[in-house]
Design a protein around this ligand. Structure first.
Ligand code: CUA
Length: 352
């Protein structure tokens, strides 16, 4: 055995030793974005059904081909002492017909139900029912979410109701992004100048994470999504979330929060962010083009589009040096001092 081959073999063994636990880990339950084993909405159930159908079909075909392959190797191998040429022939009509018909049937067998699924997913939902309609605008590198009817503008964390039809209208303000929350629905591009619908009906209460799925620049990987599915009733219902969001921002209550509000108003944050009742472009305006509406930012689970847990320490770190958290982030580094960043964090965390 040559040295080169030996070191190659060692490397391969090491790689296998590394990959195996990773592959096994991929089978466990702690995978919040796994649509195929755990769909949580009608659209993702359709995707999961097709995924599993193809998996079964492909496994049958794969096993069949491997069995035929090894059967041929064993049956037609060279026997000891046999130096004659095998029978020389050309073509076999039965084989030719078989390997034309079988793949055709396989392709048809996949195409026909797939078309049915595509039409099902593209169907416009019945308009005589409660529909939560949200305009979604992809931006480098966050999502603006606008609930027109309800008058709510927010970012990155979408709130909906279990069992209620959701209709998204997706577009982009800059480059092409793609909305993808696997457990609730398939992907859909958010393209500048276009408006694409995406419909789903969540079936489970809970938080479902997703990710921008179209390479959109330096912080594409840090453009996360969370969908919070509320129950229909109770203190945590969707309707009580709507009511809460329609209220203005909490008043700064401590000297630190008041200092933070001053920094927010005087150092430039207000040029890009709206806080209803505190910092508005025009009275009643819900959004500004560049930064998320922060009226209730303190109630979000994450900041910077699912990049950091929403804690005062993380907000301070984010406003102090956005590009350190998110490469290429378009939020300006305003040169805040440590104290100013801390005060702004106290002010924003209070905006529950
Ligand atoms: Cu937005 Cu990738």
């Amino acid at each position: 055995m040559s040295n080169a081959f030996r070191s190659f073999r060692h490397r391969l063994t090491a790689l296998a030793a590394l990959a195996l636990p990773l592959m096994l880990a991929a089978c466990d339950e702690a995978h919040p974005r796994d649509a195929y084993a755990h769909p949580a909405g009608d659209a993702s159930e359709i995707s999961a059904w097709f995924y599993n159908l193809y998996l079964i079909l492909d496994t049958i075909i794969f096993v069949g081909v491997v069995i035929a392959f090894f059967a041929a190797i064993i049956k037609f191998r060279k026997k000891p002492g046999d130096n004659t040429l095998p029978e020389q022939n050309w073509g076999d009509s039965r084989l030719e017909i078989a390997w034309t018909i079988v793949p055709t049937l396989v392709v048809l067998g996949i195409t026909v139900p797939t078309l049915g699924g595509l039409f099902e997913l593209a169907k416009r939902p019945d308009q005589n029912q409660k529909i939560i309609e949200i305009d979604v605008v992809g931006k480098q590198w966050w999502w603006e979410l606008d609930y027109k009817k309800e008058g709510i503008n927010t970012g990155n964390e979408m709130h909906v109701e279990v069992g209620t039809q959701v209709m998204l209208h997706l577009t982009s303000a800059d480059v092409i992004h793609a909305w993808w929350v696997p457990r609730l629905s398939g992907k859909r591009d958010a393209t500048p100048g276009r408006n694409y619908p995406l419909n789903f009906r969540p079936k489970e209460v809970g938080s479902f994470d997703g990710q921008c799925a179209e390479l959109c620049g330096a912080s594409h990987a840090l453009m996360g999504i969370r969908i919070i599915v509320h129950p229909k009733d109770g203190p945590d219902s969707y309707e009580s979330w709507v009511k809460h969001m329609q209220e203005g921002a909490a008043k700064a209550a401590t000297p630190e929060q008041e200092a933070g509000q001053k920094v927010f108003m005087n150092k430039g944050c207000v040029a890009c962010h709206t806080i209803n009742g505190v910092a508005e472009l025009a009275p009643g305006s819900r959004s500004r083009t560049s930064g998320p509406n922060l009226t209730h930012v303190g109630s979000r689970d994450f900041i910077a589009a699912h990049t950091l847990k929403n804690t005062p320490e993380n907000i301070a770190r984010w406003v102090k040096n956005p590009q350190e958290v998110k490469p290429g982030a378009l939020m300006s580094n305003l040169g805040l001092s440590d104290q100013e960043a801390k005060d702004v964090a106290a002010f924003l965390s209070n905006l529950k």
